[in-house]
Design a protein around this ligand. Structure first.
Ligand SMILES: O=C(O)CCCC[C@@H]1SC[C@@H]2NC(=O)N[C@@H]21
Length: 273
């Protein structure tokens, strides 16, 4: 682990996670271009160790579909988890990661009428607070690698979460922050809460795939019952996800299973009652 002084209490951060992450290296960097880029770079040189890489600041953070991921110093939680994995089926992995993150950050869904926003999931990789406020996102990449049991894929799971909602000007969506869920949540606390269950969720995914997580995704599915516009020009009514993690969209041409990672899904402004 490197312990360079940063604005976060790095020691506290390390203590929050490392005893719970047996077999993982924990590395904390004050700055890096992107935690995903860094781990993918290392994987290409054969470094395929289980690692949690956390940084306070990314200079070239990346989102899905080649988008930029910008986060303010000290105002976000930014990390990547790298590990060898060899599930029989990869489909639904980002959904399973989302479910794990959401459960860690808001274990109890708000009851009907309760004055708390539901922490939901927007297929395929976003965490949103009800009311269409983006809290964070997940970027998963893989490289060929070598695991303890022989060749496998090395998977890099990048997570970016706002701690405080950044100023909304110029952003395509209204942001939310962890403090909107719980005013006591800061980056180290959230990291300690998120990462150990995430590792367990990944081990479970490797064994059993997405199907056992599907019902929990459905509880938090923010697109369910909404009209969505797909980036390929199609629109239709979102009807949940299948056992393989594909988004089911009822279009005028029939039920369509959306699996393509290069499709972006935008809900229309109003939910369908
Ligand atoms: O919303 C998205 O499209 C996904 C955003 C993922 C951002 C995280 S921050 C840590 C990791 N490093 C990156 O460059 N991206 C991911």
């Amino acid at each position: 682990m490197s312990l360079t002084p940063i604005r976060w209490p790095a020691e506290a951060l390390w203590q929050a996670v490392s005893p719970l992450l047996e077999g993982f290296t924990v590395e904390i960097l004050p700055e890096v271009d992107s935690t995903n880029t860094e781990l993918m770079r290392r994987a290409r040189t054969g470094r395929c160790e289980p690692i949690l890489l956390v940084t306070e600041h990314q200079t070239a953070g990346r989102g899905r579909l080649g988008r930029q991921w910008v986060s303010g110093i000290g105002d976000s939680l930014t990390f990547s988890l790298g590990l060898p994995m060899s599930p029989a089926d990869w489909s639904g992995l980002s959904l399973a990661v989302g479910v794990s993150l959401a459960q860690s950050l808001q274990p109890q869904l708000p009851a009907a009428g309760e004055d708390r926003a539901r922490l939901g999931l927007k297929w395929p990789n976003d965490l949103w607070l009800e009311g269409d406020r983006k809290l964070g996102g997940i970027l998963i990449e893989t490289a060929s690698g070598v695991g303890p049991g022989g060749p496998s894929r090395y998977v890099v799971i990048g997570v970016g979460l706002n701690v405080r909602a950044p100023a909304g000007e110029g952003l395509s969506t209204t942001p939310a922050g962890l403090r909107d869920i719980d005013p006591a949540l800061d980056a180290p606390t959230a990291l300690g809460r998120i990462v150990p269950p995430l590792v367990q969720a990944l081990l479970a995914f490797e064994q059993h795939g997405f199907a056992p997580v599907r019902a929990r995704f459905a509880e938090r599915d923010l697109l369910q019952g909404r009209i969505v516009n797909l980036s390929d020009g199609l629109s239709g009514l979102a009807q949940g996800v299948g056992p393989d993690g594909a988004l089911r969209v009822q279009t005028p041409g029939g039920l369509r299973a959306v699996t393509s990672s290069d499709i972006s899904v935008r809900p229309q402004a109003e939910p369908i009652s």
